[in-house]
Design a protein around this ligand. Structure first.
Ligand code: ASP
Length: 639
């Protein structure tokens, strides 16, 4: 993650080892967020060729971006980026971040540092295939732990398909994936590409919105809700059935209550083998039975049927209905969506009911792109039965479908906030909203502090966002993790609370759990995808301190969180060197049992066993030698 390694190496190396502990309190100047930019092609990076038409050109984009100050702060990079960070670009600080009231100070103060992974060949998105979606998903998976967010530069023509597909393929997503492109190449005098790309980088780096999104024309739209609506306008995309998740005007406004969060305690993974036997069939007056029958022939497994208005097809065409029914009976999943850009399928007309009776599934307000890719995803789940596939097609999996809320709970909400608003003489809608945004995070943290799941559930029902943060950037999950309330942590994770959110000091809930040595919570968070975000040197110092004070519980906590116990300090001394030198036998025991190496040399050329010999610690020498014997017996035994 960014905090571990994405910063200012020169500052780090100048600090004295004894001062290094201060690194963990994030006093580090200029913290950064890391973004991986996957450049697949599209107009955004194209160049006019000799015949006067646009075409992509290898390495052109990245080399040009390096020359543009809003995309790359060359002076800062020269001064601060390490040797292994040469292929990174880093955005400048300043006005471009605008007014980001929603972010805590730690997030707001970050620079965005990004690396471009350029595909070969670069593609016009009209040439893309389902396998290209799989490649993007796999690349995100491969780099997932090392970046805070992802930007996919993509042609606009099939962007809505890719965004929809990725939303399904990326399971248990905890970080933003933002697709963007442009109508005019980024290096033309007039271009929408600069704003689109800059906004995407800012969102991917600074806003932990765990969704696949499309950024275009100063709006952030949910990817699986978008359609390309205008071939000639900068506002190329619309999201007809869901307002933007965020708007980027002078103020950046995020509708946090609309953010879709995957729930549960499973790690991020990708599902890449999409089913290709799917299709889109658009009804028109007089469509023949032969056409429909031919379309539904094997190997077809799933069809999106685009019907009229609110989901209607002729109910005076028994021939047509029986073809649909036959196909459905032999296992083809048929999903009914409307041909209208906006609105949804309902069964309020006899003509719509007839389709339902023929086994056609109601697709609600899904876009054609979302419906098609959802079918492709669900059908590719080899271990699922047909019944399960049908059930999942109907379900809202990634926010692609509006599910009508059953209860009306806004009255209660109104009462709670109203009474406080009255007491404070606040009256306008905007002020009441602000009041609510200010009150809820504190109430949630208070409930998490005492492990009061019922109170949290009540607040959630009242419209509260369980991932919102208080003034210190701390969420209910930070607090519950620190206090050791396992069932509250479980509850919050099942409600989609993010394990990646950092408080104002840059710490995630995992750090809270480690500090308090809550092993079962650490396990739960790690299972859900949490990773250590301490810089290696800061981690080494923590481990060395724990080793020197025989604090086995802390060593255990870090170990459970996935720490490398051979992490070394400025003098290349590992926790084992320190444990040996301080004569802490229990620490030596623990470290050896957990894979610590006795053969690593510090900068003075000493291994841990050399240290023990120098100090004549016979028990420790015996411990290490016993471990050596044990390992060599095991190795020989397995040979
Ligand atoms: N044909 C281009 C593409 O989709 C159009 C664009 O990028 O806007 O790749």
């Amino acid at each position: 993650m960014a905090d571990t390694d994405g910063v200012n190496k020169k500052h780090v190396s100048q600090k004295h080892p004894l001062l290094a502990k201060s690194l963990i309190d994030s006093s580090e100047p200029e913290p950064t967020s890391r973004v991986l930019v996957i450049y697949t092609g599209g107009t955004i990076g194209m160049k006019t060729n000799d015949s006067g038409v646009y075409e992509p050109k290898e390495d052109f984009l990245v080399n040009k971006l390096r020359t543009l100050p809003m995309f790359h702060d060359n002076a800062y990079a020269d001064e601060n980026l390490g040797e292994d960070e040469g292929d990174f670009l880093i955005m400048p600080h300043g006005l471009m971040y605008g007014e980001m009231e929603d972010l805590n100070s730690h997030q707001r103060g970050r620079r965005v540092m990004y690396r471009i992974l350029e595909y070969k060949p670069l593609l016009d998105s009209s040439n893309m295939m389902m396998t290209d979606w799989g490649k993007i998903a796999s690349d995100i998976h491969e780099h997932y732990d090392c970046y805070d967010g992802f930007v996919v530069l993509h042609g606009t023509d099939t962007m809505a398909y890719t965004a929809s597909a990725l939303s399904f393929m990326c399971e248990n997503l905890g970080k933003p994936i933002i697709l963007t492109g442009s109508q005019i190449p980024i290096f033309e005098v007039r271009s929408d590409g600069r704003d689109n790309f800059l906004s995407s980088l800012i969102f991917a780096g600074l806003y932990t919105i765990p969704e696949v999104l499309v950024c275009f024309d100063n709006k952030i739209l949910r990817g699986n809700r978008t359609i390309k609506n205008d071939a000639g306008s900068f506002a190329a995309f619309i999201s007809p059935n869901l307002p933007p998740i965020a708007t980027l005007e002078i103020h950046i406004q995020v509708d946090w209550s609309a953010v879709f969060r995957s729930t549960g305690t499973e790690k991020f993974r990708v599902h890449t083998n999409m089913c290709q036997n799917v299709g889109l069939l658009r009804m028109f007056p007089g469509i023949t039975t032969q056409t429909v029958r031919a379309f539904l022939q094997p190997p077809m497994q799933g069809v999106v049927l685009q019907t009229y208005g609110a989901g209607n097809a002729p109910d005076n065409r028994p021939d047509l209905l029986s073809v649909l029914k036959e196909a459905s009976n032999i296992g083809v999943i048929i999903l009914n969506i409307t041909q209208c850009t906006k609105g949804c399928v309902m069964t309020s007309y006899a003509t719509g009911k007839a389709l339902e009776d023929a086994g056609v599934i109601c697709g609600g307000d899904m876009t054609p792109e979302a419906a098609l890719t959802k079918l492709s995803y669900v059908l590719s789940k080899e271990t699922w039965t047909l019944d399960k596939k049908r059930k999942f097609v109907k379900r809202n999996l990634r926010g692609e479908l509006t599910v009508v809320a059953k209860e009306n709970i806004t009255i209660l909400d109104f009462e709670l906030i109203e009474s406080v608003a009255r007491a404070l003489s606040v009256s306008s809608t905007e002020e009441v909203k602000k009041l609510r945004d200010a009150l809820y995070p504190s109430l949630m943290c208070a409930a998490a502090q005492t492990g009061d799941n019922q109170a949290l559930e009540k607040l959630r029902e009242l419209g509260g966002n369980l991932s919102s943060h208080n003034q210190d950037g701390r969420t209910a999950l930070h607090v519950a993790s620190r206090e050791g309330h396992v069932s509250t942590v479980q509850y919050l994770l099942h409600q989609g609370a993010s394990v990646h959110l950092k408080d104002s000091n840059g710490f995630t809930p995992l750090h809270d759990a480690i500090m308090r040595k809550h092993i079962s919570i650490i396990r739960l968070l790690v299972k859900t995808g949490a990773i250590l975000t301490l810089k290696p040197i800061a981690l080494a110092m923590e481990l060395c301190c724990a080793a020197a004070s025989e604090d086995i519980e802390t060593l255990q906590a870090y170990r459970t969180a996935g720490a490398n116990l051979n992490e070394c300090d400025y003098d290349k001394r590992t926790p084992l060197h320190v444990a040996v030198d301080t004569g802490c036998e229990r620490s030596v025991h623990f470290l050896l049992d957990n894979g610590a190496s006795w053969s690593l040399e510090d900068i003075f050329g000493n291994t841990a066993i050399d240290c023990a010999k120098k100090r004549n610690f016979t028990e420790i020498i015996e411990l290490i030698e016993a471990k050596q014997r044990e390992l060599s017996v095991n190795e020989n035994g397995t040979q």
